[in-house]
Design a protein around this ligand. Structure first.
Ligand code: MN3
Length: 214
């Protein structure tokens, strides 16, 4: 992806059908090619007449949204957030035999939540608690503590100085075709395709404080 305007919708790092039977092909096609594409297009359209912002990274736009010209503030917040969150969500899944946390993140999860199962229970509760549209996240706070947080709509944890490690999109478009209204079944299936290697990579970057590209 360009790290600034013109933003592009980079291809998924796997085939559309790679996450079957847990996340279906049609959902992945629509989610990436239509939903995410719309956020990319709207973000570019919003920034088009603001050349001073064309060198700004996605993270910089999100974190400094309140300093932007008032007339584009909401649009940048929603659409840059939509691009950032979807990219993070898609990168965080994989077709792999690795079904549990690995490395230093695994140790930190055990220490914080008692066990992987303890983490799963809490993360699932959080993902179910999102009213309407949003995301549930595993993040690292400034003090180096793992936390589970939720965000509404296309809000992101990076505006709260939290470093993201893992996320699940719980907007209905993420699961409705296969799981209908049963978000709980979707969350269980999502746990089967979590990219724990990527989560470990994110965790190590967060620990070093180098995850921010601002
Ligand atoms: Mn989505």
């Amino acid at each position: 992806m360009n790290d600034h305007y013109l933003f592009v919708n980079k291809p998924l790092p796997y085939d559309y059908n790679a996450l079957e039977p847990y996340i279906d092909t049609k959902t992945m096609e629509l989610h990436h090619d239509k939903h995410l594409q719309t956020y990319v297009d709207n973000l570019n359209a919003t920034l088009k007449n603001y050349p001073a912002l064309h060198s700004w990274s996605l993270e910089k736009l999100i974190i400094n949204a309140n300093r932007l010209p008032k007339e584009i503030r909401t649009s940048v917040k929603n659409n840059a957030g939509g691009v950032y969150n979807h990219d993070f969500f898609f990168q965080g899944m994989v077709n792999s035999q690795v079904k549990e946390p690995v490395g230093k993140l695994s140790t930190a999860i055990d220490k914080t939540f008692g066990s992987y199962n303890g983490f799963k229970t809490k993360f699932k509760q959080a993902a179910l608690s999102v009213f309407g549209s949003g995301y549930s996240w595993l993040v690292l706070d400034r003090l180096g503590n793992l936390k589970i947080v939720t965000t509404a709509n296309q809000d992101t944890p990076i505006t709260q100085n939290l470093c993201p490690i893992l996320t699940i999109d719980v907007w209905e478009h993420a699961y409705y075709l296969k799981h209908y209204n049963k978000r709980v079944d979707y969350i269980d299936d999502w746990f089967q395709v979590v990219n724990w290697e990527k989560a470990e990579e994110n965790y190590l970057k967060c620990k070093m404080g180098t995850n921010s590209k601002v």
